[in-house]
Design a protein around this ligand. Structure first.
Ligand SMILES: Cc1cc2nc3c(=O)[nH]c(=O)nc-3n(C[C@H](O)[C@H](O)[C@H](O)COP(=O)(O)OP(=O)(O)OC[C@H]3O[C@@H](n4cnc5c(N)ncnc54)[C@H](O)[C@@H]3O)c2cc1C
Length: 254
């Protein structure tokens, strides 16, 4: 899944913070604008009713996700690379090998754009044109900086593990000095962000309602399967609390 093994530290006292407020397009956000395109870069142009800029909505979508698609440009060549992330207040924590081109470019502070998406359902209409999907997505603009302080790096990596599965950092070994040295941790500060949410039912044209075609929504959700212990695990070892809680939340019996 990730380029290097993850062995991470115990979660320290620092905790995720939720900042009240908004990434509002009216709050003087001019980054990314030009004379030819004076619109704030994160202003949703189409189906504006689905747009949200408040921290609570943007953060909730980010917190429900795990994979970010990280976009950036090097010498005019765009790249979009999938990565794990954890949110910390108004920033996203990313990590990777010190050998990673992606991580090094981002750490140099180039402009980046990160997108996170959840699909909640298939929207099946009577016409091809009105087929759609229910979704929650975020597009965030900003720049990353390298976290260099070893304690802050260790803390960020612990957040990472707990973002994957809450409580797991305390159930596994913290990174040692060599592992910390081999890993870059990035703090991507969100400058502007928008959320877009489509929910609800089919929006068929009135003229199509009498057509003999089924219409409706097929909900979609991702879930977990029954855990598969490592082949070399002590067979007496019970499932840890983090995994039991995850399964319980998802209605799965181990
Ligand atoms: C779900 C998921 C989570 C991940 N989480 C992390 C993470 O947290 N940290 C991390 O460092 N890496 C993560 N990776 C791996 C990451 O996507 C990159 O492969 C890795 O960071 C190396 O990036 P690079 O630019 O240095 O690679 P390079 O090898 O320099 O990239 C060269 C080229 O290889 C191709 N390439 C690179 N990555 C991928 C890919 N994932 N899929 C298809 N083609 C690719 C692209 O064409 C790219 O331009 C994750 C991958 C996935 C699928």
């Amino acid at each position: 899944m990730i380029a290097r093994k993850l062995r991470l530290p115990t979660l320290t006292a620092a905790s995720m913070t939720d900042l009240p407020g908004s990434y509002a397009v009216t709050s003087g956000s001019t980054a990314g604008t030009t004379a030819a395109n004076p619109q704030a870069r994160h202003r949703v142009q189409r189906t504006k009713a689905r747009a949200h800029y408040d921290h609570a909505t943007v953060h909730a979508i980010l917190d429900a996700g795990m994979i970010a698609h990280v976009g950036f440009c090097v010498d005019g060549q765009p790249f979009v690379i999938p990565m794990l992330y954890a949110r910390d207040g108004d920033a996203l924590i990313l990590h990777g090998s010190i050998a990673s081109r992606l991580v090094n470019q981002l750490g140099a502070g180039i402009a980046a754009c990160i997108s996170v998406t959840h699909v909640d359902g298939l929207v099946l209409a009577r016409s091809h044109f009105n087929h759609s999907a229910n979704y929650r997505s975020v597009v965030a603009f900003g720049r990353a900086t390298l976290v260099t302080d070893p304690a802050a790096k260790a803390d960020a990596l612990a957040r990472f593990v707990d973002a994957l599965i809450p409580g797991r950092a305390a159930e596994s070994r913290p990174a040692d000095r060599n592992e910390l040295a081999a890993t870059h941790v990035l703090r991507f500060a969100i400058e502007d962000a928008s959320a877009k949410i489509r929910n609800g039912g089919v929006k068929d044209d009135a003229a199509d309602l009498a057509l003999p075609h089924w219409a409706g929504v097929v909900p979609q959700r991702s879930t977990y399967g029954v855990p598969e212990p490592a082949g070399d695990l002590d067979t007496e070892m019970a499932l840890p609390a983090s995994v039991r809680a995850l399964l319980e939340t998802n209605g799965i019996s181990p």
